[in-house]
Design a protein around this ligand. Structure first.
Ligand code: AHR
Length: 508
């Protein structure tokens, strides 16, 4: 049996632009994300440039990733950037206390990160250390990276082989400062954020976009405290608010933090609970945005959801501190539903960063520690299929009449999710059917324009827990979808059970 879902899209009524940065990424010194994931060192047999894996770079370039957040996460608040510059043999070893207590040799540091961003064609987003660092240390990192001319930090950079300053826009003022980033109260951190922000300077035409470390989940009071502090500025000479955005973190888990559940072996109940939790991202963003509206009705301060995604129990036999998990069709649907929500919040959401890009949590890429083989996950394919939404004008999708729902944990989950956008004369519609067993048929009345040359792609699999591995790298892979057509100004799309479809065409 298949449900029919009707919707209307006005092609000529453009909404706010979907920032490409909501397709952002996150790479922490955690498990095998940096070492073994992005970076194998110059002496590795795996083809690399300056130690950076070229197969990983090639796979990620196909996603057009807009930014990469680094070095953490919790790691950021224990990271002292000067440990990661200069000759590698002289760099001190530190203990990565958060993530497995492993020794970190600091071979991947500032210059290696900036080289990685250049190879990826992406913008850096650096998370500074508030928890165990100093204002001076953070201030000098900004100067080292972005100042031209002659000053102690600039001379230091030049001595390390980099003459020209880099461009760095996105700057995080700490991470999870309510927890691993210093266990502070909101009031205490808000004052720290103002102080740190003051000394993170704009050099030349490098204008920082400072991101205050925000709330966990639905802690709206944290956001309110940060917003209040912004409206209490003393110095009239400050042209812009001290920080330009506040962050929030939201992870999707099916169980509890002690028992998050398996990535691949889950019940139908856990499947729907997961998707319901992902769908609550809408409530999350609405709640934080409502608080911000009170203090900033013009929406000048952005929300940065700089950690999101699924978090499961680690794969059996792997280091619990490494957060290595498989990635199934369920994860892909968490991603596709989350993107629909991000698109709907384009007026306030300026950035989102999936946690994390390689080998950690809801990764795009998994690499085999023994053979080095690289596997693209189902989530990777959602990012690739959706990349046309980056910097596109959002289009509202009005669902008309009934839509299929499931009762999940005492609430209703709509099992069909849709979003649309237009850019450069192209329409892109993304559609997810979350029902594990039933198909759905979507009929979208396209008003205010016409669409030609429709092409559709589908991502689905035999089961919701299907996933890719070195032995079966294409168990979940996109293919052309012949179940989409335009007829009489309407877009008809057949959505098999647990599927994600994108349909794109030329607008006239
Ligand atoms: O992404 C893994 C961890 O989750 C990050 O280090 C931290 O910020 C969050 O708690």
């Amino acid at each position: 049996m298949s449900s029919i879902v009707n919707a209307v899209v006005n092609l000529d009524l453009e909404g706010p632009v979907i920032s490409r940065h909501v397709y952002g990424h996150f790479a922490e010194h955690l498990g095998r994300c940096i070492y073994g994931g992005f970076y194998v060192g110059e002496d590795s047999d795996i083809p690399n440039e300056g130690g950076i894996r070229l197969d990983v770079v090639e796979a990620l370039r196909a996603l057009d990733i807009p930014n990469l957040r680094w070095p953490g996460g919790c790691f950021a608040d224990e990271y002292h950037w000067r440990d990661g510059i200069g000759p590698k043999a002289d760099r001190p070893v530190m203990v990565n206390t958060h993530w497995g207590g492993v020794e970190e040799n600091n071979h991947f540091g500032t210059h290696e990160f900036m080289a990685l961003c250049e190879l990826l064609g992406t913008e850096p987003y650096i998370s500074g250390n508030v928890g165990s660092g100093t204002v001076q240390e953070m201030s000098e990192w900004v100067e080292y990276l972005t100042r031209d001319g002659d000053s102690p930090a600039v001379r230091e950079r030049k001595a390390n082989g980099r003459e020209e300053p880099w461009k760095v826009k996105y700057w995080g003022l700490g991470n999870e400062t309510w927890g691993c980033g210093g266990n502070m109260s909101a009031e205490q951190y808000a004052l720290e954020a103002r102080r740190y922000a003051t000394y993170c300077r704009d050099y030349g035409d490098n204008k920082l976009y400072r991101i205050a470390a925000g709330a966990s989940d639905f802690s709206y009071a944290w956001t309110e405290t940060l917003m209040k502090q912004l409206s209490h500025l003393g110095c009239q000479r400050v042209e812009r608010p001290l920080y330009q955005a506040v962050s929030v973190h939201y992870y999707t888990i099916a169980g509890t933090w002690d028992h998050k559940g398996s990535a691949t072996d889950f019940t139908p109940e856990e499947y729907y609970t997961t998707l319901h939790k992902a769908a609550r991202t809408d409530e999350l963003l609405t709640g934080h945005a409502n608080v911000m509206d009170l203090y900033d009705p013009k929406k000048e301060i952005g929300i940065v959801l700089d950690e999101w995604g699924t978090w499961w129990d680690v794969e059996p036999g792997t280091n619990p501190g490494f957060l290595y998990q498989q990635n199934t069709m369920r994860d892909a649907l968490v991603a596709s539903v989350s993107f629909d929500i991000f698109h709907r919040h384009a007026d306030r959401l300026v950035m989102a960063n999936i946690a994390q890009t390689v080998n950690v949590l809801q990764a795009m890429i998994l690499t085999d520690p023994e053979s080095g083989a690289l596997v693209l996950t189902p989530t990777y394919h959602v990012f690739r299929m959706n990349k046309g939404h980056q910097d596109a004008a959002s289009l509202q999708v009005h669902v008309v009449g009934d839509q299929p729902v499931k009762d999940v944990d005492g609430a209703e989950l709509s099992t069909v999710s849709v979003s649309a956008s237009r850019k450069d004369g192209r329409l892109l519609v993304s559609l997810s059917n979350l029902d594990a067993d039933e198909a759905a048929d979507m009929v979208v009345d396209l008003r205010g324009g016409s669409v030609t040359g429709l092409a559709a792609e589908i991502l689905t699999a035999a089961a919701v827990n299907a996933h890719n591995s070195p032995e079966a790298p294409e168990a979940v892979a996109p293919r052309a979808h012949d179940g989409a057509r335009i007829e009489d100004g309407k877009l008809f799309v057949h959505l098999p059970a647990h599927s994600f479809v994108t349909a794109a065409g030329d607008l006239a």
